[in-house]
Ligand binder design. Structure first.
Ligand code: AMP
Length: 189
């Protein structure tokens, strides 16, 4: 299996690049942000609980997102591999993912980390907020909180995957195709 953690701060381009990677490598895209937004849209109990947390730019609890990923792995038993987009975001999530994949006699192949300067992230997110109406992209304060949450809770995962010799940094500035080519080179085929 080819299991890629596509990593990076909010606005790094994970969603855009995931769409291209799943097509080229025939993988299943697992985005916890997309799953949560679908729950919010459907006004499920989980969606109603998660909405305020997401709108403030904070993280939904580890148990909830780990449970969502477990369900998706079970629903895609014959997948050739997965792109994890926006998950894991905490050390507890990364450890849980290793356990879930281990149960399937599988593991993370690589963590590819898109690197983009903060000023560029902020302008990309504000533009996305205008175009998509995503509430958590609309305000400077919420964006700043998401970047802080990334730096405090999520960036330490670089060390987690570096210790497993799985980390590769990717320059996330450039055209969509340039960045995609860098990702494919890092995957190696
Ligand atoms: P994203 O689309 O990945 O930027 O996620 C949007 C929001 O959903 C985040 O700001 C969090 O509130 C929530 N979220 C998405 N993925 C996770 C995760 N793995 N752990 C906790 N919260 C998450």
């Amino acid at each position: 299996m080819l299991n890629i953690v596509l990593f990076g701060p909010p606005g790094a381009g994970k969603g855009t690049q995931s769409v291209k990677l799943i097509e080229k490598y025939n993988l299943v895209h697992l985005s916890t942000g997309d799953i949560l937004r679908a729950e919010v849209g459907a006004k499920t109990t989980l969606g109603l609980q998660a909405k305020a947390i997401m709108d403030a730019g904070n993280l939904v609890s580890d148990d909830i997102v780990i449970g969502m990923i477990e369900n998706k792995l079970d629903q895609n038993k014959n997948a050739k591999g997965f792109i994890f987009d926006g998950f894991p975001r905490t050390t507890a999530q990364a450890e849980a993912l290793d356990v879930l994949l281990n149960k399937k006699n599988s593991s993370i192949t690589k963590m590819l980390a898109l690197q983009v300067p903060d000023e560029e992230l902020i302008s990309r997110l504000l533009l996305r907020g205008k175009e998509s109406g995503r509430a958590d992209d609309a305000s400077q304060e919420v964006i700043a909180n998401r970047i802080k949450t990334y730096n405090d809770l999520t960036a330490p995962l670089i060390g987690y995957y570096r210790n497993q010799n799985k980390f590769t940094g990717i320059n996330g500035v450039g055209s969509i195709d340039e960045i995609f080519n860098r990702l494919c080179e890092a995957i190696g085929y």
